[in-house]
Design a protein around this ligand. Structure first.
Ligand SMILES: [Zn+2]
Length: 75
């Protein structure tokens, strides 16, 4: 049960591309596919992905939330 090795498997809120995030703290990542900058919030067992620097208000509201428990079920 080592901490720091947790990898989040999330998807770009804009284009849906798969993104792997290894850090446990909040950070920003760039989607390799659509070049959108995504803001990632980590809170307890949940991670939220939100596109930033984007003009489209509809896309901006497409924050996606992932739970670690949900992901463990899939593997
Ligand atoms: Zn993308």
């Amino acid at each position: 049960m080592g901490s720091g090795a947790i990898k989040w498997h999330v998807h770009c809120s804009v284009c849906g591309a798969f993104i792997e995030k290894s850090a446990q703290s909040d950070s920003e990542v760039e989607c390799k596919k659509c070049r959108s900058t995504l803001e990632i919030f980590v809170k307890d067992d949940m991670v939220s992905v939100r596109p930033i620097h984007i003009r489209d208000e509809q896309l901006k509201s497409r924050m996606r939330t992932y739970s670690r428990k949900m992901m463990n079920q899939g593997s």
